[in-house]
Write a protein that binds this ligand. Structure first.
Ligand code: ADP
Ligand code: MG
Length: 518
């Protein structure tokens, strides 16, 4: 076997690499090997080091893949698909990569050793993946917010993470606190209702409400406010621009403008206050110092926010963002929150008991920036797993659901060579449990055989090595994570197996390609 090729790719033999399948599949194996040992609760961490010797320890598939420097173009495809998996379901990336590697390894064997045509293998993979997904979906059990299974899902998802136990209690508290308020059009969307922020040296906490990582505009403003009447300001708070003053050379005109600036700023502030608002969340493009000083001297609470923050602040408080000063005359523009307070030591502002839709914020801490980042990612994984589980249902974890799909898929009668391609998917379905157990120090293959001989839902206890019912043990996974990972793996392997030559090409940048338009 040639050496793993993570390095910069150079086509061999001048411009053409005839043995592309070999080279490409080696690249996939190499990349899969970098993450496969992280799979499962006993998976190991990786130490990432960059050129400046910055270090980061991670157990997270995507983080590791994304941080690899120069890699083979085919391996880059894997990284992209893993990234997409992360975006779509937020978990199961290592699973996807391990299955992809297995499909490619087995597919290559069929093509090289048995002479099966790649298109047949690809067809087999396609139908195998489709059927496996259908079987998994049919087996999936529905769960509700208050089911014990929700806790088990979160715990399973966080079992391989640093401090997973503690984090899962935090995630579950957040999920249950926000509850049904996270439902949109019949399904849960926790992105809209659980914010996760990362801090160093703060306590882990779930706050009922919004935590802004900001300070109030001026230290003269009150630190705390009860019964806040909130205005979200989007319109320009700078009536006279500095550039106007700079561009003008006539003393009298400058004086007039300065005077204007004072009068207009005061007018604006007066109209804002006339609405009864005492708390201003300001997302205006510019704010005149005079406006700021006036607000401070009037002892109202004001804080700068970004335009991205408007949406959820508005949803949480019921305040309608004011885009034009004329809109201040409209009714019901103000939002409410019972309590607004700045924690000056930590530089955060709590907005609690809003009048709008319920939201919670998880504060995830760490002693260093690195640990807080890794814990923050893990917490989000846990929330994503719960969302997928609530929306689509759950299956037995530890690779058990995948393993027991095999018997059912074998019963499918596919025509001719397609049946051969199906074997490829079967090896992938087996690989997850094998890898999890290998990582736990067992003879993976032997244990997989034992689990296979047991009933549906049975896997191997990671500590004792005995066959156990994963449902009883509470090792459970969202079915969506499994089906998405299978599909991602299928896609990668299909593209890799179809390629028979790697060719050195001229400029392939999107721009160049669109110019030739062929
Ligand atoms: P991924 O990046 O694919 O999410 P993880 O390292 O998070 O990889 O591992 C997920 C796998 O670990 C899932 O298949 C899950 O069922 C399995 N797993 C988690 N906890 C256990 C456990 N206690 N026993 C066996 N398998 C477990
Ligand atoms: Mg995971």
């Amino acid at each position: 076997m040639s050496t793993p090729n993570y390095g910069v790719w150079r086509p061999m033999a001048e411009n053409v690499e005839f043995n592309a399948l070999e080279s490409n599949s080696n690249a996939v194996m190499a990349i899969a090997d970098t993450v496969r040992t992280t799979l499962g609760p006993k998976g190991l961490d990786k130490l990432l080091i960059d050129q400046a010797m910055n270090r980061h320890v991670s157990n997270d598939g995507v983080t590791i893949l994304l941080s690899l420097r120069a890699i083979h173009p085919v391996a880059r495809m894997i990284v992209q698909i893993a990234e997409r998996q992360e975006q779509l379901v937020g978990d199961g990336t290592t699973t996807a990569v391990v299955m992809a590697a297995e499909m490619i390894k087995d597919g290559k064997r069929l093509i090289k050793e048995l002479g099966v045509h790649p298109t047949k293998v690809v067809e087999g993979i396609e139908s195998g993946v489709k059927h496996a997904c259908q079987i998994l979906q049919k087996e999936a059990r529905k769960i509700a917010l208050d089911d014990n299974a929700l806790e088990q899902i979160v715990k399973t998802s966080l079992s391989s993470k640093m401090d997973g136990q503690k984090l899962s209690s935090l995630v579950i508290l957040a999920l249950r606190s926000v509850g049904k308020a996270a439902m949109y059009n019949g399904s849960f969307d926790f992105d809209k209702s659980i914010m996760v922020i990362r801090r160093t040296n703060m306590e882990d906490r779930v706050v009922n409400g919004i935590v802004l990582e900001r300070k109030r505009m001026d230290p003269d403003m009150p630190v705390e406010l009860n019964h806040a009447r909130i205005m979200i300001v989007k319109f320009d708070l700078k009536p006279v621009k500095e550039s106007w003053l700079k561009e003008n050379s006539k003393y009298q005109e400058i004086l007039n403008m300065e005077n204007d600036r004072l009068v207009k700023s005061k007018e604006i502030v007066d109209t804002m206050l006339a609405t009864g608002a005492n708390t201003f969340l300001i997302a205006s493009p510019e704010v005149d110092q005079i406006v700021e000083d006036l607000l401070a001297s009037l002892k109202v609470f004001a804080v700068r926010i970004s335009t991205e923050e408007i949406e959820y602040l508005s949803r949480y408080t019921n305040a309608k963002p004011i885009r034009m000063i004329e809109d201040l005359k409209k009714p019901d523009i103000l939002g409410k929150a019972d309590h607004v307070i700045e924690d000056e030591d930590n530089g955060v502002i709590y907005i609690e008991d809003g009048a709008g839709r319920n939201m919670v914020t998880m504060i995830v801490s760490g002693t260093t920036k690195e640990t807080s980042l890794e814990r923050w990612r893990a917490a989000i994984d846990g929330v994503n797993a719960a969302e997928a589980a609530l929306n689509e249902g759950i299956v037995a974890g530890g690779g058990a659901a995948e393993l027991h799909t095999i018997e059912k898929i074998k019963n499918l009668r596919l025509k001719g060579l397609e049946q051969v391609g199906l074997e490829v998917v079967i090896s992938a379905l087996e690989s997850i449990m094998r890898q999890i157990l290998t990582n736990a120090g067992f003879n993976g293959l032997e244990k997989v055989m034992a689990a296979k001989a047991s009933s549906d839902g049975f896997g191997i206890d990671i500590d004792s090595g005995e066959a156990v019912d994963m449902w009883k043990k509470g090792v459970l996974d969202p079915v969506l994570v499994k089906t998405m990972a299978l599909q991602a793996a299928g896609e990668i392997s299909k593209s890799v197996l179809r390629i028979d030559r790697n060719l050195a090409a001229e400029d392939l940048s999107p721009q160049a390609v669109s110019e030739t338009k062929r």
